[in-house]
Every structure is written in C-alpha cells, then in structure tokens.
Design a protein around this ligand. Sequence first.
Ligand code: NI
Length: 167
Amino acid sequence: MAKLKIRYLGDPVLREKAQPVEEIDEDLQRLIDDMAETMYDAKGLGLAANQVGETKRLFILDLSQKEGKPELLVFINPEIVEAEGKVEEEEGCLSIPGYSAKVRRHAKVLVKALDREGKPFEMELEGLGARAVQHELDHLNGILYVDHLSTLKKQLFKRWWKKHRPK
Ligand code: NI
C-alpha cells in the first residue's frame, strides 16, 4: 500500500466529473487500498477518488470512528436512489484542511453502488453516514461543500483560504 497525495481546493481535478468505473480489477483494488491508507493517515472519514487525482466514480467511507476498529465501506459507481428530509450540520473536507461550515443535506438516503469485488448492494444511511455519502458523491461531480455556502459565507471562506491554503 502507498499513501497518495491529497489534492487541495484549487486543483482542477477536484472540478472534474468522475467517469464510471468499467472494470473492477487488481489496479482498482490497489487504488482502493491506497485511498484507505491515505484516508486513515489523514484521519478523514471519507475520500473520493478525484481527491487523489483519479477521475473514477469511487469513494470510500469509514463511519466507525472507533480507534483500532476500522470498518471500510467502498462505493463504486454510486447513485442516490432515494432521499428524504433536510438537516443542517457541520462539515469538513480533506481537500480544505482546517475549515468547517454548516451545510444543508438530506437527512436520509438510499444508495446503490458496487462493492470492492463488484457486487451490487444497497444501503440506507442517516445522520453522519447520509451526510458523508452526499458530500463524497458531490466530489465525483466536481462539487465541493463550500459551493453550498451562502454568498456571504463564501466570501468569508475565500478570504480564509487565501491565508490558510496548504503550500
Ligand atoms: Ni471532501
């Protein structure tokens, strides 16, 4: 396994629409393993492939938040098939380190995807899980959570980012 370089806001790859995965092979599984190592190292709970420069429709999550008990979830070619409710909560992103802001998201989602082996599955998520899925799916469409902020908050964020963007 190898740690990958996380791309920061401003890197054009984060604005690209990721392409569907057509083949689940060893190369893709190696990418998943590398993404997992990168995510755990950065202490994130989710990571989308374009955050490490790969424009593939793939993201990973680990919602367990428990020390020493990882539960990696892999979503290949994910789609939200149902969504309900609205809730506003704090959000952050490994591509925008050090910042967080409240974003409105659906409270509950039903997601359809393929797992690491290419097997289709459906998963119903709420709370943090539902939020994370919507955040990661946004990444695959070239959207970052700060895009959802109000005009004023966006201006404040841009000023903050100018000073704090990692070199
Ligand atoms: Ni993110």
